[in-house]
Design a protein around this ligand. Sequence first.
Ligand code: XUL
Ligand code: CO
Length: 444
Amino acid sequence: MGEFFKDIPQIKYEGKSSKNPLAFKFYNPDEVLHCGGLGKTMREQMKFALSWWHTMCGDGADMFGRGTADKGWGSASDEEKSKNKVLAAFEIMDKLGIDYFCFHDRDVSPDYATLAESNAKLDAAVAVIEEMQAKTGKKLLWGTANCFSHPRYMHGAGTSPSVDVYAFAGAQIKKALEITVKLGGNGYVFWGGREGYETLLNTDMGLELDNLARLMKMAVEYGRSIGFKGDFYVEPKPKEPTKHQYDFDSATVIGFLNKYGLDKDFKLNIEANHATLAMHTFQHELRVARENGMFGSIDANQGDTLLGWDTDQFPTNVYDCALCMYEVIKAGGFTNGGLNFDSKARRGSFKPEDIFYSYIAGMDAFALGLRIADKMITDGRIDSFTADRYAGWKQGLGKDIISGNAKLADLEKFALDKGEVFDSLTSGRQEYLENILNEIMFTL
Ligand code: XUL
Ligand code: CO
């Protein structure tokens, strides 16, 4: 190793007094944090993953200009590039101490002239990944199929009006499941790339949604038949590339999964930037998933509320990371999921070392987030305030309502007896709680 990033050393934890830009200040992988009794190391608690598409493929190209970063990995052919990407990815993971990675089939190996050729070349690249996994112990967090980049998917994949295109999507998903299982992946993601619409004038919404669910059912059936024991995930996103994406947000996706009986096999993969696009907070999306028993995995990044598109920035907003890790701890921690950096260095951050600065920034921000979340729970003031706020549901009429023993007439009798209740209400104390959170954050 060391072939692609000769100047980058092993990134170590040096603590908060370090000024070394190639060191962690807050992420101490082997440190155990209590986290409400979960008591795992930071490394186990956060399960960081590298995203193949941004880190190994994305060269900074945008709608207005070509790429700025060299992601050719010194290769003379596409086949060589696929192999070099594997070697470079494992070097990055090794130097940063990242244990997991995620990919789309076409990030690993591109589209060739026919599906058979694409599959064969993909197999060759997967064999290199398998070899490197055996050497290093790195793990696949989840795999997925890119059913959105090829022009054939212009009208959708699982929601395409064309049966031919639908069959191609199915074939790609079948193969992606096979390689996910081969590489020991514990997750498989459906992000509905082009599953949405631009205008209802040409769209049979009912058929498209039924067909998408049919495709997911086929995936579950096939995945389970070849030994996939992990979680299937849907990754909600409200818009981009289409105007109306069918998987708008956590609540919409949960409704869809319940309607089609997919809720036993699927959980959610929540992405911070997608929450922003849906006009929700990241924490809201996580809470909706958690409350419905559907929390699975996280695409860690951040958006820019002033831009309104999917900027996929490395997460540096510690406040959001803290509230995210609070939800993760409350959900009992990750099981099959983890924190995948679906994040890219800015177009202007185009030098190889920027990859490392970006990951260090994201990992340290989440490490701070985990430390703060841990302290929020140990401190207990926020949790006990909320518990007290609902204390009325543990006794009297509240208890009767919860146990199903109260009828509307009982509520009426209670209200008539009281006459008025305004004076008994307590304050929501938002600012008092926000101040506690600031105190916890800044006295870490
Ligand atoms: C797109 C996005 C995808 C998914 C996987 O916005 O987030 O990269 O994470 O298909
Ligand atoms: Co994502």
